[in-house]
Ligand binder design. Structure first.
Ligand SMILES: [Fe+2]
Length: 368
């Protein structure tokens, strides 16, 4: 027997996060523009953790605020990380290989990823406005696996094959064609997710577009999808951990478990993030007069799914629930879903472009 308390059911990541001494926000959905931040010594900036209820076991969010003219302390760490810029303009310097440095300028809706354990630093380029950036990262997995913060944050190892081409830091990339819904763009930096040219993925919804990003050859997954004006995506479900960030347009998302009588509903616009819980159906609806885009960040990329269930799911994401898949085709969805959307479109005055799929005249007569 020992006098020491028994060590069991430990949560090294959760303990580390508390020890960082910054606010921790826990919720189903969060407005990242409004999330609470506090002084964060590690970054020499203000920051906060966002732990979404549907985040799963691998990924969490960090919000970092840079004051006007401010810069972060130099960073490097043994976990993969994807940054999405919420507001402000600035630059990043990333050490790639053999002391070489790449730099680029980011702004709202930029996406970038320093390679694993590459030293980097972020700068606010404005002397007037602050900048807010969110990081999605697999530190929860790494910390819970290793429970050794010094090994993760003070590690000199260089992963020489992770740097990628220098052009990947200049907003360029390589289009890796596969098929609609599986096309990939390999890079380390996307200057503006709102204007990035997206290929079609009609099987996910009428007028739907999508690209998978391969960022810094990492295990973090990223994709951007677009819903055309007057359309919405098909519903689907999967495991926990997909962090969905609204990028452009406005709309709402319905979530529900199989057999539920009612939907949980979340409104969104740029800055909102939510994570559907494990196995929870979810469906995104564009109600705005502009194409609506979102960014999804999770663990397990198209290049490195890591998990067998991810590898399986990515093989055939369009399979219908009727065939044991994860997607609900339009003809199989609860009729109230389209009726709710038509009512919402009536409020914004945007015409539906889905009349060829649903008998909207009959639905409107039943609603009136
Ligand atoms: Fe999803």
């Amino acid at each position: 027997m020992t006098d020491q308390p028994l060590r069991y059911l430990l949560d090294p990541y959760g303990d580390w996060a508390k020890d960082e001494g910054i606010p921790i926000t826990e919720d189903v959905a969060v407005d990242l523009h409004a999330v609470e931040v506090g002084p964060w010594a590690r970054w020499d900036a203000r920051g906060g953790f966002v732990h979404l209820r549907g985040r799963g076991d691998f990924v969490a969010l960090q919000v970092v605020d840079l004051p006007p003219g401010g810069k972060t302390a130099p960073q490097r760490h043994l976990y993969d990380e994807v940054f999405y810029v919420l507001s402000g303009h600035g630059s990043a310097i990333i050490e790639t290989v053999d002391g070489r440095k790449a730099s680029f300028e980011w702004g709202p809706r930029s996406l970038f990823s320093p390679p694993l354990n590459a030293p980097f630093q972020l700068f606010n380029g404005s002397g007037v406005d602050s900048a807010r950036i969110v990081s999605a990262n697999d530190l929860p997995l790494m910390m819970n696996m290793l429970h050794a913060p010094h090994f993760i944050f003070d590690n000199a190892w260089s992963f020489l094959d992770r740097a990628g081409k220098q052009s990947y830091y200049a907003g360029e990339g390589d289009f890796l064609p596969l098929k609609p819904g599986k096309h990939m763009w390999e890079t380390n930096f996307v200057p503006d997710l709102g204007t990035f040219a997206l290929p079609d993925w009609e099987a996910r919804g009428t007028g739907s577009k999508n690209i998978k990003f391969i960022l810094a050859d990492s295990v973090m997954h990223a994709h951007t999808s677009e819903m055309a004006v007057g359309t919405y995506k098909k519903g689907h479900r999967h495991g926990a951990g997909a962090h969905v960030f609204a990028v452009s347009g406005t709309g709402y998302t319905l979530m529900w478990y199989d057999g539920d009588k009612e939907f949980t509903r979340h409104e969104w616009r740029h800055g909102f993030v939510f994570a559907p819980a494990d196995g929870m159906f979810h469906q995104h609806f564009n109600t705005s007069g502009d194409p609506a885009r979102y960014l999804a960040l999770s663990f397990g990329s198209h290049r490195y799914p890591v998990l067998q269930r991810k590898r399986d799911r990515k093989q055939n994401p369009e399979a219908s629930v009727k065939d044991g898949g994860l997607q609900i085709d339009y003809e199989d969805q609860d009729p109230s879903i389209h009726a709710i959307w038509l009512r919402e479109l009536g409020k914004t005055g945007v015409p539906s472009r889905m009349g060829h799929i649903f008998d909207e005249t009959r639905m409107k007569n039943e609603m009136s």
